[in-house]
Design a binder for this molecule. Structure first.
Ligand code: KG4
Ligand code: ZN
Length: 349
């Protein structure tokens, strides 16, 4: 990926900090060696009573958890603070207050240690998480990025060279899962709860559309599905929740799989990566693996733990960009909205 000369001079032991939403993630990654430690605190219980993430509560909890988590990760890795060569933090996209907590903490720590800092793009971190696996993807590849805030197909020519092929025109796939779960009366966070309920349901009972699958291109649209689910639910009455969940999930999965394979074929790529929170979904993983195998293509997923938000992916993405010489300035800057297409390519790749 990079020449050994670059890696030898690079800040090699990097602390990664993720605070873009409701998970406080902290990890230490060393180039050439791998992940040395990772810790995660989920705010699930904190937000559950409100049925969604409360931004102000999220910021305050990141503030409370960060330092103890970093302390713990250093203990796990058996490293003193001074052993860190660089600090990476999620600079966007995400909740502004939550981002500022992580960025302020990371920037101050780097300054105090006299080490470089780097602001990481959250979706690039998701996209690169597959490189944390023992059998990383083959470049170039197509990446299906599916999270709570984004749904995209990205052509990855090289690490740091991304071309967005298509994205959602309305709701992200994870957002559609969460909203439909809410309609079905499931507790926050809805996506995993809906997937669990779907296990007991009949995916063929409600013939939901596969949005935009019959049209050319790589864009998605998921907002209509939740309306369909609400209407079908009202008509079917009590006792249909599991079938609704399974039918909804099947529609999302089939759409994501169809567009992903189309992207691979159109671009002549042989490898697909699926990443982001929704890529933790078992049905999606099974369907992608099955369809890829049928077409003689390779599919790589980060383990479910690295699909949902975590510090490891931020430490890795930060290590790569620090190795290429990128540095954050002293001002604490975050970008709550930050299109992936605006991320500069990595100089040395
Ligand atoms: O990547 P992520 O942890 O955070 C964002 O960057 O948004 O993704 C969170 C999203 C949520 O919408 C959540 O409901 C969804 O991923 N998700 C799932 C599953 N696990 C997480 N959706 C469907 N099935 C799952 N097993
Ligand atoms: Zn995420």
């Amino acid at each position: 990926m990079h020449s050994n000369a670059v890696i030898a001079q690079a800040p090699s032991t990097v602390l990664g900090i993720e605070t873009s939403c409701d998970e406080t993630g902290v990890a230490i990654y060393r180039l050439g060696q791998g992940l040395l430690a990772h810790r995660l605190h989920s705010q699930e219980a904190l937000h559950a009573a409100y049925g969604g993430v409360v931004p102000e509560l999220a910021s305050r909890d990141h503030q409370r958890r960060l330092l103890p988590l970093v302390e713990q990760a250093l203990l796990d890795a058996d490293l003193p603070l001074q052993a860190l060569d660089g600090i990476a933090y999620t600079a966007g996209p995400g909740l502004i207050g939550a981002l500022l907590v992580g960025a302020g903490f990371a920037r101050a720590l780097a300054h105090a240690l006299g080490k470089p800092a780097i602001g990481v793009h959250h979706m690039e971190a998701h996209l690169l998480a597959a490189f944390l696996e023992p059998e990383p993807p083959d470049l170039p590849f197509v990446c299906l990025l599916v999270s709570g805030g984004h749904t995209m197909l990205v052509d990855v020519e090289a690490v740091g060279r991304y071309h967005v092929l298509g994205e959602t025109l309305d709701d992200a796939a994870g957002e559609a899962f969460d909203k439909t779960a809410k309609l079905l009366g499931l507790p926050y966070p809805g996506g995993p709860a809906l997937a669990r309920l779907a296990e007991q349901g009949d995916p063929s009972r409600f013939p939901f559309p596969r949005p935009l699958l019959d049209r050319p291109g790589f864009d998605f649209s998921f907002s209509g599905l939740k309306t369909q689910a609400a209407l079908a639910g009202r008509k079917a009455g009590e006792g249909a929740a599991a079938d609704l969940a399974a039918s909804f999930e099947a529609a999302v999965v089939e759409t994501l799989v169809g567009k992903s394979l189309r992207a691979l074929k159109t671009l002549g790529r042989r490898c697909l990566v699926a990443a982001g929170g929704v890529a933790a979904n078992r049905r999606l993983r099974e369907a992608l693996a099955r369809e890829a195998a049928r077409s003689g293509l390779r599919v790589v997923f980060p383990r479910p733990e690295w699909c949902t938000d975590n510090g490891a992916m931020v430490a890795f993405a930060g290590a790569i960009r620090l190795a290429a010489g990128e540095r954050a300035g002293l001002a604490v800057e975050v970008r709550p909205r930050w299109p992936l297409a605006e991320l500069p390519p990595i100089a040395s790749s």
